[in-house]
Each structure stands twice: as structure tokens, then as C-alpha cells.
Ligand binder design. Structure first.
Ligand code: SF4
Ligand code: SF4
Length: 115
């Protein structure tokens, strides 16, 4: 079974809660599209989605949004992907690091804008 299929069985449908059942910090996607437009920066994880120029074949350039959002792959879902890291990272640390990653991706995109 693939890594992504294994994580699918552990998916979370809502933000994790602390011991007291209180909702904790959630990941806020700004919908900038910087991830979907720079797939080679993910070291091969998204190669199957690459339309040939580093942009996902499902990315809608008119709206800057995912064209298959409701059925996007598990690996595109930040919340579901937490299953891969939760042994080592708290949800808050994971959100912080992912948010930093998004900042990096936006900076990279400004350096190499789409033609
Ligand atoms: S780079 Fe981050 S903030 Fe931008 S669309 Fe991707 S997940 Fe959302
Ligand atoms: S499937 Fe959607 S969320 Fe995933 S990389 Fe492609 S456009 Fe982005």
C-alpha cells in the first residue's frame, strides 16, 4: 500500500483538538497557487501531476485555483498530510512549518514568474 493510501485511512476531517476538546490553530491557505505552479520544488512527489512546465495539469490559471479541489489527491491536502508527520510534530508546529513553506514558495514564484 502506498504512503498516501496509508495516510488516507488516518485522515482528519476537522482541525485537531487538544486534550480538552478545544479547537487549535488551523492552517490558512491564501489560495495563492504557488504550490500548484512549482511542482518540481517538491522533489518528485508531484511529478505525475506535472503538465510539463512545472504547473499541475489540474491548476486553473483563470481562477488561480485547483480545478479538482473536492477530489484532489491526498498529498495536496495539508490537513490529511499531517498523518505523515504527527509522530514527530505537534499540529501547531506542522502548521507553522507549512506556513513558512508557503512563504518560501511565494518568494520563489516572484523570482520566476509564469510566462
Ligand atoms: S502555497 Fe500555501 S497558501 Fe499558497 S495555495 Fe499552496 S497551500 Fe495555499
Ligand atoms: S491537484 Fe489541485 S491542489 Fe493538487 S497540485 Fe494540482 S492544482 Fe494543486
Amino acid at each position: 500500500m502506498s504512503l498516501w493510501k496509508r495516510t488516507a485511512s488516518k485522515r482528519r476531517r476537522s482541525a485537531p483538538k487538544n486534550g480538552g476538546g478545544i479547537m487549535v490553530k488551523d492552517f490558512a491557505c491564501s489560495r495563492c497557487g504557488a504550490c500548484c505552479r512549482q511542482l518540481p520544488l517538491f522533489h518528485g512527489i508531484y511529478d505525475d501531476l506535472d503538465r510539463g512546465d512545472g504547473v499541475c495539469r489540474h491548476f486553473d490559471e483563470q481562477t488561480d485555483l485547483c480545478g479538482i479541489y473536492e477530489c484532489r489527491p491526498e498529498m495536496c491536502n495539508v490537513r490529511h498530510s499531517y498523518a505523515l508527520f504527527k509522530q514527530h510534530l505537534s499540529w501547531e508546529s506542522y502548521v507553522e512549518r507549512t506556513t513558512l513553506g508557503c512563504k518560501f514558495l511565494r518568494a520563489q514564484l516572484r523570482k520566476t514568474p509564469l510566462k
